[in-house]
Design a binder for this molecule. Structure first.
Ligand code: 5GP
Length: 204
């Protein structure tokens, strides 16, 4: 029987740089994991391609996917829906491939409930000052909006206890290296491997 792949979830507070880290990991030609392309109701940004960056859906289409149980998790973020297609995730894991999700914290919480043995990695900003800087340089938001985002970010950081590993996003390259090393180590975990080797003992 084919061993199942590992479900890898990268999450963390808004503004920490999850998307940048994920893109860097997948920019390498020999990446060992499959990226699960999310569904969203937000409009494509310049240069984004449907079916590559996201599957862009209308609100009605998204709500119908929710009703049909087609999403492993979903959340509303800044007025738009985001969600993970469940069939793709299950089929890819069944083929023995690792699936990588890059999602916000509410969605990650739902995945933890459904896949308790997934690998949950929390991307952490080096400091709150640095996070504020990143949130501020992102757009032209007012002080109120920025303060509100910081309050939300602190609440999101409180959710760290649901995760297995924490990676500080100090330097993108080194954060990516640590994430890849964690995945390698996770594959060698005794709890994951023991059933396989016990079976080996039975047949030999
Ligand atoms: P953006 O609009 O900047 O591409 O993404 C906004 C936020 O949505 C990011 O924090 C990103 O990680 C998150 N996100 C992207 N795809 C999904 C998804 O499928 N589910 C959830 N819950 N969050 C997602």
């Amino acid at each position: 029987m084919q061993d199942k792949g590992l479900l890898i979830v990268l999450s963390g507070p808004s503004g920490v740089g999850k998307g940048t880290v994920r893109k860097e990991i997948f920019s390498e030609p020999n990446t060992a994991f499959e990226y699960s392309i999310s569904m969203t109701t937000r409009n494509p940004r310049e240069g984004e391609v449907d079916g590559v960056d996201y599957f862009f859906k209308s609100r009605a289409e998204f709500e119908s996917l929710i009703e049909q149980g087609k999403l492993l998790e979903y959340a509303e973020f800044v007025g738009n829906y985001y969600g993970t297609p469940v069939d793709y995730v299950r089929e890819t894991l069944d083929k023995g491939k690792d699936v990588f999700l890059e999602i916000e914290v509410q969605g990650a919480k739902q995945v933890r409930e459904k896949f308790p043995d997934g690998l949950f990695i929390f991307l952490m900003p080096p400091s709150l000052t640095e996070l504020k800087k990143r949130i501020t340089t992102r757009g032209t938001e007012s002080e109120d909006v920025i303060n509100n985002r910081m309050t939300v970010a602190k609440e999101e950081i409180e959710m760290m206890n649901l995760y297995d590993y924490v990676v500080e996003n100090d330097q993108i390259e080194s954060a990516c290296e640590r994430i890849k090393s964690i995945v390698v180590a996770e594959h060698c975990r005794r709890e994951r491997l023991e059933p396989k080797y016990r079976k080996m003992l039975e047949v030999e």
